[in-house]
Structure formats: structure tokens, C-alpha cells
Design a protein. Structure first.
Length: 525
């Protein structure tokens, strides 16, 4: 039974869902990094929020870990590249708190427009400064979205309901999607020059860090109001302080800071500055939603193989997983076969699918091929880290999809390019579930790839099979199955025999000594 640790405070429904799905779960929160490292080795999954830091040290100690699930969208606290290298899936729940975060951005926009926090403090201090707080309407103002993904699109929808004009900067926003959202797609300079209000809805990456730098803040429209409920580090906080003091920026509201918890900041106490302690996702509904979602996603992966909202591996729905499972088994066997038989360092690999296989999600098939091929040389590779390791080694990976259907209703072909030439194998599924080799280095040969096998390339000549059988009998080797293929009569032939035990070097040497043998190897699947 898979076992999961919930290391941050989470709604009790998460643990309930794990247990209902057949996953053992422990809820142990507030651990130090050393305490977590000491116990993480016994768990298959780790469910976290923002407190737990999944560092290299934790991942090194997590010898059985298969998945980290973040209840929320931000994964700044997870070393994703190292998790990928260790073969650990990293998931988040990008939609569970979208509405909550979008509503918080709208709330802060209202607070800035009408100076609500300062007006409240003044009034409760016994003052009645009616003329001091002269706000602005949102109607007819231009809202500039930096980031028009899930949360940004919800903010745009609410803003349009307030009769605001919405413009958006997002490199991934297509013109068609912009029309669907009812926004105008613009470049960043145009947004800075035109927006009365700016809200940020983008992750923190090397490309977005300090996207509102001092230079960019100076390019904004005088009197602009800025709201950030996304990530600290998107805005130069020191420059924002200067421009608030000068009046160029009429107001700013931050829910996130470069350093959190933000117990001190030069922005604190600045007029027309509003702050909240990272409350964007903090509603009871959102916390329930993300807890439920992370538990469902992790349980699907650990029990059924479904991958949802993963950041370092292709998504594979729980519905897709049963259809792809036999293909992934076939792909891994083909990868293992070509990895064992190829001579020389591989420089490239092509994975081709045709027939029924061409209608499926090809990424998991590719990952399975790479895992099978590289497992010949290392036992720490799996379907999660195989693409990462292939890229790290400079392996050129190509995926090819053919709509045609050939001799088989479904086919997967793997071709490895090496300095000794190309090596190609192909396989199909019998009965849509049983993996079967159908072609090996251009020779038609049907075989089950399982257990221990003896691979022989020989000259097609009378008497060879008898001589080989006699030798194996004399050596006490029991043959399970026998598969034969040849290019042409009297040409090159291939034998694949399944045997009960691993093929010894001594047996290989004796088979190689038989007349007509060109190549002999022991294989294992």
C-alpha cells in the first residue's frame, strides 16, 4: 500500500481522501528539515503547502519518494530540477485557489481606488476626514494585466463586469484567446503607458523577475495604481517606495513580498500603500479545494498512474492511464532491447507511432522508451527523470506520429543513432495488451520480451538450429520459447530464445564458437 506524509497543516479532507483511495497517510507537521530528512525515506508521497522546503537534502533522503504534491500554485519551496533528476513527480493545484486569488486582487483594487484602509484607520481614530479621502472610480479606467492565464482571465472577467477596459501583456496569449476573454493584447511598453491600474498574475521566473523594475515603473502612466497578488520579486520594492513618495505611483497594494514573512519593509507606513500577509489563496473554500485536489491527484498517481498538473512530467489522466499502460510496457521493453543491443554511444533516438498508437498521448511512450534504454546503464532512471537525463546527456530525441496503419493495427518503432550506425526495433500489442516484438534491425521476428533471453545472429544454413540446441542441452539450459527470423534464405538470421536463467559469459563464449555465429548476447527484461 502506498504511503504519504502530509507535512504542512491541511484540511482534514485530504487525509480522508487518501485513505478512501487506498493510500496510507500520516499527518506530521512542524518538523525541522533534519527531522523531515530522517523520516521521509519511508514515504512514497509528500503533500505540502508553503512551509515545507523540499530541498536537495530532503530529496536525497527520500529514497522511496515518487511524488510531491503542493496544495496551491506556487512551488518556490521545491527544487524541481533536482526532483526531476531524482525521478520524483512534482504536482501543484493551479485551479483550486484561482477564484480566491482573483477576488483578492479585485478587493485590493477597490481598496486602492477608495483608500479604504487609511479611511478606516482615520475614522476609527475619531477623525472625520471626509475631504481627505478623494478616491477614483473604476468604471472606464484601463486595467493592465501582466499575465493572462487562469487567474488573470478571472480578474479580466470581473473587471469587465465593472465596466473597465482591459489590456493584457502575456507572451503566450494568442489573439484568439484575447478575443475570447474580451481583452486587448498589447506589448509591455504599451501596457505601462496606458494602464490606470496594473495587476500581476505571472509566476516568478528568470524572465519575469523584476518585470516592474525601476525603469519600467518610470515608464508607467502618472497616477497608476499597482496590485500584486502573484509572487514577491516581480516588483522592485525599493523603486516602488520612491515612486509612491514622489506621487508618480498613486497607490500600490502588495499581498506578496520578496522576503516572507515580511515583518519589516521600507514600504510599510508609506501613504497610499496597502499590504496583506499573502492572503491571496486564504479563504476557507480555497483551502478545502486545494487540499482535496492535491490528495486526489497524488492518489491517482500512486494508485492508478494518472498524472495531473505535474510540473516536470507530461500529464496523464486517470482515464488515459489504463489505455497507455500496455503501450508504456511495450515502449520500455523496446527501449531496453535497443539499449542492450546497440553498440557505440547513442547520439539520437527517434520514437515513431502509427495506427492506434498515433491517437494516444505520445509523451509517456517516449518517456518509457528512454527509461528502458538508459536503465541498461543506470538503475536510478525512471519515466520521470529519463527525459531530463537524456537532455542532460545531449541525446537528440525525436517523436514521429504517422496517421497510416501498416501491417499491424498499432505499432511503436524505436531507432537509435550511434557511431556504429542506426539500430531499429518495432513492436505491437496483441489483444491490445500483450507487448510483442515484430521487427529487429530490419528483420521480421515475433517474440515476447520477458525474463532472460539469448540473442544470436548467424548465417542461415542447414543444421545450425540443431547444433545450437545440442549445445544448450549439453549445458543444461532449458529453452522456454524459440523465435527465428531471417533477411533471406541463406542470408543473415536472428534467433531469440527465452531461457530459465541468466545467460553466463561461459555459455556466450561456447555459442560464439559455433560455426556461422556472428553475434551472441545475453538479454534480460
Amino acid at each position: 500500500m502506498p504511503k504519504v506524509l502530509i507535512s504542512d497543516k491541511m484540511d482534514p479532507k485530504a487525509a480522508q481522501i487518501f485513505r478512501e483511495r487506498g493510500v496510507e497517510v500520516d499527518e506530521i507537521t512542524g518538523q525541522t528539515p533534519d527531522e523531515l530528512a530522517a523520516m521521509i525515506g519511508q514515504y512514497d508521497g509528500l503533500a505540502i503547502r508553503s512551509s515545507t522546503k523540499v530541498t536537495r537534502a530532503i530529496l536525497d533522503a527520500a529514497t522511496n519518494l515518487k511524488v510531491v504534491g503542493r496544495a496551491g500554485i506556487g512551488v518556490d519551496n521545491v527544487d524541481i530540477p533536482y526532483a526531476s533528476a531524482k525521478g520524483v513527480v512534482v504536482m501543484n493545484t493551479p485551479f483550486g485557489n484561482s477564484i480566491t486569488t482573483a477576488e483578492h486582487a479585485i478587493a485590493l483594487m477597490f481598496a486602492l481606488a477608495r483608500q479604504l484602509p487609511e479611511a478606516d484607520a482615520s475614522t476609527q481614530a475619531g477623525k472625520w476626514e471626509k475631504n481627505r479621502f478623494m478616491g477614483v472610480e473604476l468604471t472606464s479606467k484601463t486595467l493592465g494585466l501582466i499575465g493572462a492565464g487562469n487567474i488573470g482571465s478571472i480578474v479580466a472577467d470581473r473587471a469587465r463586469g465593472l465596466r473597465m477596459k482591459v489590456i493584457a501583456f502575456d507572451p503566450f496569449l494568442t489573439p484568439e484567446r484575447a478575443i475570447e476573454m474580451g481583452v486587448e493584447k498589447v506589448d509591455l511598453d504599451t501596457l505601462l503607458a496606458r494602464a490606470d491600474f496594473i495587476t500581476l498574475h505571472t509566476p516568478l521566473t528568470d524572465q519575469t523577475r523584476n518585470i516592474l523594475s525601476r525603469d519600467n515603473l518610470l515608464r508607467t502612466k502618472a497616477g497608476v495604481r499597482i496590485i500584486n497578488c502573484a509572487r514577491g520579486g516581480l516588483i522592485d520594492e525599493a523603486a516602488l517606495k520612491e515612486l509612491l513618495d514622489s506621487g508618480h505611483v498613486a497607490g500600490a497594494a502588495l499581498d506578496v513580498f520578496v522576503t516572507e514573512p515580511a515583518t519589516e519593509s521600507p514600504l510599510f507606513g508609506t501613504p497610499n500603500f496597502v499590504s496583506t500577509p499573502h492572503l491571496g489563496a486564504s479563504t476557507s473554500e480555497a483551502q478545502v479545494n486545494v487540499a482535496i485536489q492535491v490528495a486526489e491527484q497524488m492518489a491517482d498517481y500512486l494508485v492508478n498512474g494518472g498524472v495531473t498538473n505535474a510540473l516536470n512530467v507530461p500529464s496523464l489522466s486517470a482515464e488515459e492511464a489504463p489505455k497507455l499502460k500496455p503501450y508504456m510496457a511495450l515502449a520500455e521493453k523496446l527501449g531496453s532491447l535497443v539499449g542492450q543491443l546497440s553498440h557505440g554511444a547513442p547520439s539520437g533516438i527517434a520514437i515513431e507511432v502509427e495506427g492506434a498508437a498515433a491517437e494516444l498521448n505520445q509523451k509517456p511512450i517516449t518517456s518509457a522508451v528512454l527509461a528502458g534504454m538508459m536503465r541498461v546503464h543506470t538503475d536510478t532512471v525512471n519515466m520521470v527523470n529519463a527525459p531530463f537525463l537524456a537532455k542532460e546527456r545531449g541525446l537528440d530525441v525525436r517523436e514521429v506520429r504517422h496517421d497510416r496503419e501498416g501491417d499491424y493495427h498499432t505499432l511503436v518503432r524505436v531507432t537509435v543513432k550511434t557511431d556504429a550506425g542506426d539500430r531499429s526495433v518495432a513492436g505491437t500489442l496483441f489483444g491490445n495488451e500483450a507487448p510483442r516484438l515484430v521487427e529487429l534491425f530490419g528483420i521480421k521476428v515475433e517474440a515476447d520480451l520477458a525474463g532472460h533471453m539469448l540473442y544470436v545472429v548467424n548465417e542461415d544454413a542447414p543444421g545450425f538450429i540443431g547444433r545450437l540446441g545440442t549445445l544448450l542441452g549439453a549445458e543444461g539450459v532449458n529453452i522456454g520459447t524459440f523465435h527465428l527470423g531471417r533477411r533471406s534464405a541463406g542470408g543473415e538470421a536472428i534467433l531469440l530464445l527465452s531461457v530459465d536463467e541468466a545467460v553466463s559469459p561461459e555459455l556466450i563464449a561456447k555459442v560464439r564458437a559455433l560455426a556461422g555465429v556472428k553475434t551472441v548476447m545475453g538479454l534480460s527484461f
